[in-house]
Design a protein around this ligand. Structure first.
Ligand code: SF4
Length: 420
């Protein structure tokens, strides 16, 4: 992956227009360390009790002006030179993405970091599970740093390791006496947006990881080796992918954690092809068919593209669905001026609109509502972690326990080896 194509066109969320954002708190206090996800799309989600808390920043960063932080980030990056590589997720705010050496989705970024052999420090301006993936894939002598520890992911948190283990134990018990046809009763598949503990879990149990780009290939791989798939944490990606493969909805029961058999009866689970975990992304859950109808009524020859984390009805009503990379390439590849209505996170859509002025590009959701946790990476945190590195101190290092590293890597390698 080359240098970011996005970072030359910087826009900011206009957070001061009353009523235009999903939360009036978005611009209020970037230093607050909430016990939950903070303002933004995930603010209504239940954060786990062990939600990571960021230590308070030293006062000098809290009181620094935008210009001062900008100068300090640039100076620290310059001093660190090739020792540091800075990664910015597509959904990251522009005030941070502009410093990134690479911009992309989580897996692209983890791989992009590997191309910087000389980098001792990988600063991941994304969320917790992304930094974990980078740690699994990077060398032991490279330190992965997340500028704000409270940048988690509400979807990833919806599948915690003990609940998934309990689900697995119940399924193994249920399918224990099934006739052996040479395949496993269930293959576990976890979306990239999950903790390293769950990637290790699927690695240990014959399963693999998927991204929103390769979910179909991964499910095909799984069905060659198993009678069913347990898919977590995102029910929508699982349902949309399996439906496109021709699997009927009645063979895709929803597993609700902490309920016996996930709230299903044994017959339903026996007939199941894909068991969907009850997880979702609160950013993509905001998109509706009504928004698509309205956009079509207001724009002729509209091209509607949504992310497969959106609910099934929304994906069905759109012209196309695909990963962030798919959306980016679809717009980059359009040769004629086109009107695009996009169903994904607002920072990415705004940046695409800036970068491709020959097209009309807008977000289907008229309300500005960024990913709550990605939004917690403020330039002040970035300045702090970089200046600490200059001073020879590593703060906010994300380290996946050795016991999980190997199994998580196995699950990622199986994904890379899976072929259509
Ligand atoms: S956009 Fe959704 S899936 Fe992505 S980090 Fe935010 S909450 Fe998680």
């Amino acid at each position: 992956m080359s240098s970011p194509t996005f970072s030359s066109t910087i826009t900011r969320l206009t957070l001061n227009a009353p009523g235009s954002t999903c939360s009036s708190e978005l611009s209020a206090n970037p230093w607050d360390t909430p016990s939950g996800y903070g303002p933004g799309a995930s603010q209504g989600d239940q954060a786990p009790a062990n939600f990571p808390r960021q230590q308070k920043l030293p006062q000098q960063y809290l009181s620094a002006s935008e210009e001062e932080l900008d100068a300090r980030i640039r100076a620290a990056k310059e001093t660190l030179g090739d020792d540091v590589v800075l990664l910015g997720h597509f959904y990251q705010r522009d005030e941070v993405v502009k410093y990134a050496d690479f911009v992309g989705d989580s897996f692209q970024l983890a791989n992009a970091a590997l191309t910087r052999d000389e980098a001792k420090y990988i600063v991941f301006c994304g969320v917790h599970f992304m930094a974990e993936t980078a740690d699994v894939l990077s060398r032991d002598d490279q330190a992965v740093i997340l500028p704000n520890l409270s940048a988690g992911c509400s979807m990833a948190d919806m599948a915690d390791a003990p609940s998934v283990q309990q689900c697995w134990d119940e399924l193994m018990e249920l399918y224990r006496d099934e006739e052996d046809d040479g395949r496993a009763a269930v293959i576990p598949v976890t979306y990239m947006n999950s903790s390293a503990a769950l990637k290790a879990f699927v690695g240990r149990n014959g399963g693999l990881v998927c991204t929103s780009s390769n979910a179909k290939t991964v499910l095909e791989w799984a069905f060659e080796r198993g009678r069913r798939v347990l898919f977590f944490p995102d029910q929508h990606l699982g349902r949309n992918t399996a439906k496109a493969m021709g699997i009927p909805l009645e063979q895709m029961p929803l597993w609700t954690p902490r309920r016996e058999l996930g709230g299903n009866d044994a017959d339903t689970l026996n007939a199941a092809k894909v068991i969907l975990w009850h997880g979702f992304c609160s950013v993509h859950k905001r998109f509706t068919t009504a928004q698509i109808d309205k956009a079509r009524a207001e724009h002729e020859n509209l091209r509607v593209i949504v992310h497969p984390e959106c609910p099934m009805e929304v994906v069905d009503a759109a012209d196309e669905s695909g990963s962030t990379d798919y959306i980016f390439k679809a717009i980059a590849g359009a040769t004629e001026p086109t009107t695009f209505a996009i169903g994904t996170e607002i920072n990415m859509v705004n940046r695409l609109a800036e970068q491709y002025p020959q097209h009309t590009i807008f977000c289907l959701d008229p309300v500005i509502c960024p990913c709550s946790t990605m939004y917690r990476i403020h330039p002040g945190y970035l300045a702090w972690v970089l200046e600490e590195l200059v001073a020879g101190r590593i703060v906010n290092r994300i380290e996946v326990p050795q016991a999980e590293q190997a199994d998580a890597k196995t699950a990622l390698e199986r994904m890379l080896a899976a072929r259509p």
